[in-house]
Write a new protein. Structure first.
Length: 397
């Protein structure tokens, strides 16, 4: 039998007993692999690198339990356990780390890791509780909190506990905002505030409080701290709200994978238009639920159309031509087992549908009328979305 100590030696890995040394060796390995790929002018094998990092992290944490660590090393152990995929131990490790009386910045970093771990585990209410207890030291800290709260936790909590619970989570972050002291921080604050107003409005709209949603958007448009570029996001939200109850704008495909002609040709079916990107983690996280829904409901008159656009890169490959990026999508489709049409848009549809965050799903009923928009993804919110799809399928055109 190969012991973990022997495996560590075989891997040339000496830091298994000290989390800081282990982290450094693993990060040095990753940096060396990417540097070698750049020098060779080839794409780095990210999957292989991540697998090797996980293997080394598993060696490092062998025999380690949260209760056995030195509290001051808690954050280093948290990082190693995360690399090893042992997410269930992150919160207990964080609790041990807090016993070391960390600085405010160190405490925030540890809590941020707990927050992201709860997202990875699908524990949305735990993630929301973590965010509500965090104290941002900088605008960058607050932006990270708002990113997860607005895109994931607040909508999920609003779905499970009611819209007021989701709004309370977002309002709590705003109440703790530090001052923006330079142009870079003011720009970040601008985006943060736009996301705040946008998500609040969407939650109110989803709860049927259309008037409150409209007032929320107008409050955002009147907020002088929000710059012009971020104002576009709020105007996009206004566009989406206006489209509900109307016929969808046409979506023309320059090219794609699978059979698609037009939305008009799909009238009579319930259609989900999924605006996504190859680089978007929540988009990828949604695919298994989308695939199951599609397989279960396609025979009952349901269709999905995935809409994406060109970004000029794919994974670590930069400056790709549109032809090359389009070719990479074939592997993406195979990797995520996507069995519905994927089309490329020239960006007009993203604008016409007011898409400012992805994934954005547009649900169209059998009569060819926009029923709702759904921005972001969480398992909880998707269950509610699927229930709405099934409700529309049961209705006659």
């Amino acid at each position: 039998m190969v012991t973990n100590l022997l495996l560590a030696v075989m891997l040339g890995f000496t830091g298994a007993a000290d989390p800081d040394i282990a982290l450094k060796e693993i990060n040095d390995y990753r940096a060396a692999e990417y540097a070698a790929a750049r020098e060779a002018k080839v794409a780095a094998d990210t999957a292989a690198i991540n697998a090797e990092m996980k293997k080394r992290a598993l060696v490092a944490i062998e025999g380690v339990t949260p209760s056995s660590i030195e509290p001051k090393q808690g954050y280093s152990w948290m990082q190693l356990f995360s690399m090893a995929g042992k997410y269930e131990d992150i919160k207990p490790l964080c609790d041990m780390f807090m016993k070391s009386m960390p600085s405010d910045a160190e405490k925030f970093n540890a809590e941020a890791m707990c927050m992201t771990t709860f997202y990875q585990m699908g524990k949305m209410e735990d993630g929301a509780a973590t965010v509500s207890n965090m104290k941002p030291q900088t605008i960058a800290n607050a932006s990270l909190m708002m990113s997860y709260a607005a895109n994931v936790f607040a909508p999920a909590v609003a779905e499970s506990k009611g819209v007021n619970a989701g709004v309370e989570l977002l309002d709590g972050i705003i109440a703790k905002l530090p001052d923006a002291t330079n142009d870079a921080e003011k720009k970040s604050l601008s985006g943060l505030l736009a996301s705040y107003y946008e998500t609040k409005a969407e939650m109110f709209a989803d709860a049927g409080q259309k008037e409150t949603a409209a007032k929320t958007i107008e409050a955002g448009l009147a907020d002088s701290r929000i710059e012009a570029s971020a104002m576009r996001a709020l105007n996009n939200t206004k566009t989406r709200m206006t489209m509900v109850g109307m016929a969808p704008a046409p979506i023309e495909s320059s090219r794609g994978y699978g059979e698609y002609t037009s939305l008009a040709a799909l009238k009579g079916k319930v259609v989900m238009v999924d605006f996504f990107a190859h680089w978007c983690p929540p988009c990828k996280a949604a695919f298994p639920d989308m695939r199951k829904m599609y397989d279960d409901l396609k025979g009952k008159g349901f269709e999905i159309v995935g809409v994406t656009r060109y970004y000029g890169y794919y994974n670590k490959e930069q400056n790709l031509s549109q032809d090359d990026e389009f070719a990479r999508m074939k592997g993406f489709i195979e990797e995520f087992k996507i069995n519905w049409p994927i089309i490329y848009d020239n960006n007009n549809s993203f604008t016409n549908y007011g898409v400012s965050g992805i994934p954005t799903a547009v649900l169209i009923d059998r009569k060819g009328v926009v029923h709702e928009f759904h921005v972001g993804y969480s398992p909880e919110s998707f269950k509610a979305f699927r229930a709405e799809v099934e409700k529309l399928i049961a209705e006659k055109a």
